[in-house]
Design a protein around this ligand. Sequence first.
Ligand SMILES: [Zn+2]
Length: 194
Amino acid sequence: MRFDAVPMPPTVEGRPRDERGYPVPAITPWEGDEPRFALTDYARSADCARERRCSVCDVLIPRGPVWRVVGAAESAAIGEALAAGRPYRNLTPTLEGPGHRACMLYASMVCPYLARPNARRGLGAERPDDLTSHVVRGAARGSLGAVVGFADYEFAVTADQVLFRFLDPVEFLPHDTADAHLDELRAELAARRG
Ligand SMILES: [Zn+2]
């Protein structure tokens, strides 16, 4: 969706913008005046991980669950685990850090690089599409991916990557269309405004 057709969380409004007015996520590297949306900045990602800041808006994530956008393969795997009552944790770490619920609902609709793990360059650590392709073929819902809340996450800052693992899904919001979470986002923003 066009980013200006989606209500923007207040914490995202303060982000720097590119020349189109598109808000630049906290973990996006810059080359001069140009944000590189397809990439994840090592130092920015490490700072967010260590200080529990949202990878989209750069603001502290309160104690409690964290959210991220997952791609089709991981969405299918989580959906199947939840349906079967099995615990789920992603076995391969990801470079995608956690964020606020509102920020991830927003990002799932406006960010072309989220929810497509192989869209980012240098993603040697994450290959869920290979691992779970057999699951995807049977998935009826969430063909594009999902916004997922997790009870907790772990991270490791290696010499050249920041890797995340997410544990214990507490909310599962699959999407089949780009605008699937508009109502959920509006409700979340209204609730935050009190
Ligand atoms: Zn945020």
